[in-house]
Write a new protein. Structure first.
Lengths: 247, 330
């Protein structure tokens, strides 16, 4: 099977979010970057498991500058065979999807996987966009994915308050939710091998962004917590009703 | 000098989601959003219903001037690829310049497809009405709720998906006329084997009231007090990641960075310390109450109200206090 895993670089969960003085960009000083957890723990690992069953290759793809190479190498250390980076700092989700689709169009992947969302932009858009550009089905929030014969996939999909069981034929695009696979930590052998695996840098295709972030703000600071004594639950109920107006 | 904001005539089209043909809060929120956006643009808001539609006229209450209805059984199955083509074709037919969807599992399977298909600027998970003077701008939460980004959309057609619980549905009109509309429907490439939903509880992503608990409960056998409190409030139960990992609670209750993100009006966190990964899933809650025996628990910094005490006493006491309050309400 020929598998493509789309990976993103995101700030670590514990990052304190600060913007530059014009509030147009994240202030990257001191920010620790990681691979988007949904891409790393679920999409990439499931792709590796499918390769272990059916044979084939797992390719990583990322849209970004050389600053992303460290995160891409981690994916290679976890077990991907090779990687492609489209050399562009994307300004919108549609731009990322367009670049990935343009590359994938030339390569005939059986399956394209990515995490259900990125932890920085939380859009859950890119998988659907790639699928539309390639005229393929897109299944989101997959928590189980099995392929019986290398062609027909059975998927369990998370929906609000329940699950769907679906069947679809390759090629298609799928986004990964918790449960699709178990996180793998790269071992020393993987880390050593990653250094010699191919990381191809490709020039981007021409594309015009239609929706761009122009300003960032921080939410209004929460006023300090109001403490209530444990024997004063009636007081808490009164506050929830009269002050917070939530009951 | 007043800038002319409209280069062309606008029209807002809202795709109203239904469950088995019934339009509920999610659809009404989307229509309210579409209506308010249409007002800002000086135009009308039209709703679109696909497949079985039992109470489509209700969409008029929330501001839809009419409901376009594709009654074909072929669109009873929710397939994002099929829906995106149908909605794109209809939006072009009616001249829609803003397409509004709900930011749900269904909406997300359509939203990105519409953007790619129409070459449209799109913002997923908007949480406020667009501003239209001097450019079309709209905000959404980013960095898992830690910040707000404002996007400018330059394309003629704009696609927005509305974050659940980010605005209250508002009744502004009366029952809408329903107009049957025909459109070519492509075959679905996805076979649905089964759909199972837990009946009788509000799913966490839609819940307005949530009672959540963590390791402070010490064991799964102690969850009765949590379930009782939730039942009294009519709340949905949730939990922290550690207790889902050890199977004290089902994984669909896990809220947090790698679990479910929620936006309730009230989030009561019991015996949860408040790690950053947990906060990332709940920091969009309107009001947070933290109950913990440790006064140093980090969660108190993110709380509106805090109680330091033994949860095995506090939770039943809170339950009784709420029962008394509800009884007094009559």
């Amino acid at each position: 099977m020929k598998l493509l895993v789309c990976v993103s670089k995101t700030p670590d969960t514990t990052t304190k979010i600060v913007f530059n003085t014009s509030n147009t960009e994240l202030d990257t000083n001191g920010v620790q970057y990681i691979m988007n957890p949904y891409d790393e723990w679920y999409a990439l690992v499931r792709a590796l498991e499918l390769k272990e069953i059916f044979g084939g290759t797992v390719t990583l793809i990322n849209v970004g500058s050389t600053e992303n190479d460290q995160v891409i190498r981690k994916g290679l250390a976890i077990g991907a065979d090779d990687a492609v980076r489209i050399d562009l700092n994307p300004q919108s989700a549609l731009s990322v999807a367009y670049q990935i689709a343009e590359y994938a169009r030339q390569e005939s992947y059986d399956l394209i996987l990515l995490g259900k969302e990125t932890i920085d932009y939380n859009g859950s858009e890119i998988g659907a966009m790639i699928a539309e550009y390639l005229d393929q089905p897109f299944i989101s929030y997959a928590s189980k994915l099995d392929i019986a014969d290398g062609k027909t996939a059975s998927i369990q999909r998370e929906i609000e308050g329940g699950v769907e069981e679906l069947e679809v034929e390759t090629p298609f695009v799928v986004s990964a939710a918790k449960g699709l696979a178990e996180q793998r930590i790269p071992n020393m052998k993987g880390i050593m091998m990653a250094k010699s695996k191919a990381l191809k840098v490709v020039a981007p295709a021409a594309f015009e962004d239609q929706a761009v972030a122009v300003q960032y703000t921080l939410p209004p600071a929460k006023s300090s917590v109001k403490m209530i004594a444990p024997d004063q639950m009636e007081e808490l109920v009164k506050l929830l009703h009269e002050e917070a107006k939530v009951i | 000098m007043k800038h002319k904001t409209l280069k062309y005539k606008h029209m807002v089209l809202v795709f109203a989601e239904s469950q088995k043909g019934n339009f509920k809060k999610t659809a009404f929120e989307a229509v309210t959003y579409g209506y308010k956006t249409a007002q800002a643009l000086g135009t009308e808001c039209v709703a679109l219903a696909l497949g079985t539609a039992n109470n489509a006229a209700d969409l008029g209450l929330y501001g839809a001037s009419k409901v376009l209805h594709v009654a074909d059984a072929a669109v009873d199955q929710i397939d994002g690829q099929v829906y995106a083509k149908v909605i794109a074709d209809l939006s072009q037919q009616v001249g829609a310049t803003v397409i509004v969807l709900s930011h749900t599992s269904t909406g997300k399977s359509i939203h990105g497809r519409l953007a790619a298909r129409l070459g449209a600027g799109s913002v997923a998970g908007v949480n406020s009405i667009p501003t239209v003077d001097g450019g079309f701008k709209v905000k959404k939460g980013v960095f898992s709720g830690k910040a707000i980004a404002e996007y400018e959309i330059k394309s003629a057609v704009k696609v927005l998906s509305v974050m659940g619980n980010s605005l209250q549905p508002a009744i502004v009109g009366s029952a809408a006329p329903i107009e049957a509309i025909a459109v070519a429907i492509p075959a679905s490439r996805i076979k649905v084997k089964s759909v199972s939903r837990i009946e009788g509880i509000v799913p966490l992503p839609e819940a307005e009231l949530v009672v959540s608990a963590g390791r402070g409960l010490k064991g799964p056998e102690n969850w009765g007090i949590i379930e009782d409190l939730a039942a009294t409030l009519g709340a949905t139960t949730a939990c922290s990641r550690p207790v889902a990992d050890v199977h004290w609670r089902p994984h669909h209750e896990h809220v947090g960075q790698t679990g479910i993100a929620i936006r309730p009006n009230l989030y009561i966190a019991i015996g949860i310390s408040g790690a950053i990964q947990h906060l990332a899933g709940v920091n969009n809650s309107k009001t947070i109450v933290v109950i913990n025996k440790d006064p140093e628990a980090p969660f108190f910094k993110a709380a509106d109200y805090g109680v330091v005490g033994d949860l095995f006493e506090v939770v039943p006491a809170l339950n009784e206090a709420i029962k008394k309050y509800k009884a007094a309400q009559g």
